[in-house]
Ligand binder design. Structure first.
Ligand code: FE2
Length: 207
């Protein structure tokens, strides 16, 4: 029997219905009206400033729901349930035609997206392998080439519903393709563990 091993996989955790509909609706309504700044690359995308828990009574409830999921994700990444803290969170509002350029999140270990509205199938979050480098690149890509887990250089998140949560390692490149659908509202955040310990070589993190 042949066996194929996918070596060193990367965890991306999707938690369906992580936040109940009533809280999702309140968050969407509250932050749909919050002041926001334009995205540098898309005039149909705005971001609120970084939010503090005291900005809305909805946020402590939300943090209490998100934190156990972040701990689950952290256990996959580091092999132990560590104490985790959400370091910053913000809301993204995207209109029709908006997009989010490829990026990753610095100074963070687990990043997340909570979907507050429906998302058009063409505007799901997309993850990419690292791009660039300083060596020549060889590829085999044309219409007859099948996509496999080993040759694909991007992964599109399966359909999401309001209240679904997506968690991923903060170093992963991600983007939102041009949105042909309606208003797309998400809440993003970054989280850090209290510390890491490599056989006594320990480091602590604080916001
Ligand atoms: Fe992001």
């Amino acid at each position: 029997m042949d066996e194929v091993f996918g070596l060193f996989p990367t965890p991306v955790l999707r938690a369906g219905g992580a936040v109940p509909p009533a809280l999702v609706a309140e968050l969407a309504a509250h932050f749909d009206a919050a002041p926001a700044q334009a995205n540098a690359a898309s005039d149909q995308l705005v971001h609120t400033r970084l939010l503090r828990p005291e900005d809305s009574p909805l946020l402590p409830q939300l943090v209490a729901l998100l934190t156990p999921k972040i701990e689950d994700m952290g256990a996959l990444m580091f092999g132990q349930r560590l104490g985790w803290a959400i370091k910053e969170m913000w809301v993204n509002r995207m209109g029709q035609g908006g997009h989010q350029a490829m990026h990753h999140h610095a100074n963070s270990f687990v990043s997340g997206v909570l979907y507050l509205t429906e998302v058009d199938a063409a505007a799901q979050t997309v993850f990419s392998k690292p791009v660039g480098g300083t060596e020549f690149v060889f590829r085999h890509q044309h219409a007859q080439v099948a996509s496999t887990p080993f040759n694909a250089d991007r992964w599109v998140c399966p359909a999401t519903a309001p209240g679904d949560l997506l968690l991923f390692p903060s170093y992963l490149l991600h983007a939102v393709p041009p949105n042909p659908g309606g208003r797309r509202i998400t809440l993003s955040f970054n989280a850090i563990p209290g510390g890491l310990d490599a056989w006594g070589y320990a480091i602590r993190f604080g916001a």
